[in-house]
Design a protein around this ligand. Structure first.
Ligand SMILES: NC(=O)c1ccc[n+]([C@@H]2O[C@H](COP(=O)([O-])OP(=O)(O)OC[C@H]3O[C@@H](n4cnc5c(N)ncnc54)[C@H](O)[C@@H]3O)[C@@H](O)[C@H]2O)c1
Length: 462
């Protein structure tokens, strides 16, 4: 380690978590040297360029502050391991697609490979921090691998799950609701925990740094994501009932959310949740519960995912039935492909399932998105070009279209000139607001037939 730095920190995995979290630590702690490594050469190349591999508001500024000063991106994983005092592991932990637990359990192969690589290249004691979201008790397996070596190196394995949300990652990292650090409650475990607390204490108020045992930290992350997703499925389930009964989901959500025991956040009805984490983490929780023979608990949480999938399908069904039960050959413009606003990430985006549902009905789909078109093209590369097009400009996209579907709550889609859009569309013209972000009454008065989530449609025909 270079003398000028008081600690050398390595992060393995330069993705949506590794990149931004380490950029924040580097920006707040110039006394530490932070190196982020990855097996993906192209990703590292982009972290070292002006075209960062991910979009997050405020990320470029943070990188500019620290890169080359005390923040470095590299593919030299072995050297990074050897030189580090503390290693954060932020590799991907996707859902397993094969063998036992397929489609539910976490695929821990990347985590295990990383553990073995750490063992192989370590020549001094290290603190290993799980940043990735993992099944409860995973650190036990990591400890066994790491401490099974014969190189007389001591490893303390801690859990420090990441709670950032994409789209607001920088804000969340700068001002977290809490930072959670779990360790074994042994003398060494507590000592290692204090080292990690000291990092965050550089900018996070002490009362927001929670300490716990390792298993609680691991399970808290899965539980937090399960609760967040559950709120979305809860309000979406009620949205379906609203559509049958002329209740209005916005009014219901406002009334329910004013109960201070419930709170108003995460009560927006929509096409459903997406992103790389919610579904994967809930299914992981379901799998763990099944393994402990807690089948009722497993079924309870699995229903959160089922409602989400149903909500996506319901949206396509509603589009089809509203447009006179046929959308074959009709041009439909998708406004927003990212799984949420302010990110280019499309992993598990409801838009992907909805676009595929529309294509099954032989619609002609045009996908618009200000930040996610690259990922969208990749996600849909199997679809023949005569059925699907990509267009950044909503005005170009909408010419000759029968319908617009809002699938991501991008601010710019709230402020489009809808009169202009309407004037270039086929009539009757439809808007399907899958995020409830538009002024439905105004669009209706303009001449659109307006369908939203959990509210009665506003239509010009019976
Ligand atoms: N994306 C989020 O919003 C978010 C939020 C909180 C927690 N998490 C969790 O954090 C973890 C990482 O998520 P992500 O979204 O950053 O994933 P990601 O896929 O964007 O990044 C993971 C990176 O790890 C790299 N990697 C895999 N194996 C490696 C190895 N052996 N050596 C070096 N690099 C390796 C991959 O090449 C990839 O670049 C996951 O467990 C996820 O559940 C994600």
């Amino acid at each position: 380690m270079l003398k000028e730095f008081s600690k050398s920190i390595l992060c393995i995995g330069a993705g949506y978590v590794g990149g931004p979290t380490m950029a924040m630590i580097a920006a707040k702690c110039p006394q530490y040297k932070i190196t982020v490594v990855d097996i993906d050469r192209d990703r590292i190349h982009r972290w070292n360029s002006d075209s960062l591999p991910i979009f997050e508001p405020g990320l470029d500024k943070l990188i500019e502050t620290a890169r080359g000063r005390n923040l470095f991106f590299s593919t030299e994983i072995d050297v990074g391991i050897r030189d580090a005092d503390i290693i954060f592991v932020a590799v991907n932990t996707p859902t397993k697609t094969f063998g036992q637990g397929a489609e539910k359990a976490a695929d821990l192969q990347y985590l295990e490979k990383t553990s073995r690589q750490i063992l192989a290249h370590s020549t001094s004691d290290k603190i290993i921090v799980e940043k990735s979201t993992v099944p409860v008790r995973t650190s036990n397996a990591m400890e066994r691998i790491l401490n099974g070596g014969k190189n007389n190196v001591r490893f303390d394995v801690l859990s420090n799950p990441e709670f950032l949300a994409e789209g607001t990652a920088i804000k969340d990292l700068e001002n977290p609701d809490r930072v959670l650090i779990g360790s074994r409650e042994t003398e060494n475990g507590i000592k290692a925990r204090k080292e990690i607390v000291d990092i965050y204490a550089n900018w996070v108020p002490k009362e927001k740094i929670l300490e716990s045992n390792t298993w609680s930290a691991e399970l808290s992350k899965l539980t937090a994501n399960a609760f967040l997703a559950q709120r979305i499925s809860s309000i979406n389930a009620i949205s379906a009932l609203c559509e049958k009964t002329e209740a209005d989901i916005n009014e219901v959500a406002a009334a329910v959310g004013m109960d201070s025991r419930i709170g108003s956040k995460f009560l927006n009805a929509s096409v459903g949740f997406g992103g790389s984490c919610f579904k994967k983490d809930i299914l992981n929780l379901v799998y763990i519960c099944q393994n402990y023979d807690l089948h009722e608990v497993a079924d309870y949480w699995e229903s959160v995912v089922k409602i989400n999938e149903w909500q996506e399908k319901r949206f396509v069904r509603n589009m089809l039935s509203s447009m006179f039960n046929t959308i074959a050959g009709k041009k439909i413009v998708i406004l927003g492909f990212a799984f949420k606003a302010d990110t280019g990430d499309t992993r598990e985006s409801p838009a992907m399932y909805i676009v595929r549902g529309l294509l099954e009905e032989h619609a002609q789909v045009v996908v618009c998105d200000p930040k996610a078109l690259g990922n969208a093209r990749n996600d849909l590369k199997d679809v023949p070009g005569d059925l699907l097009a990509f267009e950044e400009d909503p005005y170009e996209a909408t010419e000759g279209a029968h319908a617009i579907a809002i699938l991501t709550e991008w601010e710019e889609y709230k402020n489009l000139d809808y009169e202009r859009l309407l004037s270039s569309m086929v009539h009757p013209s439809f808007v399907f607001d899958g995020r409830n972000i538009l002024d439905h009454q105004r669009l209706f008065e303009m001449g659109f037939n307006v369908y939203s989530i959990g509210r009665s449609p506003l239509k010009h025909f019976r």
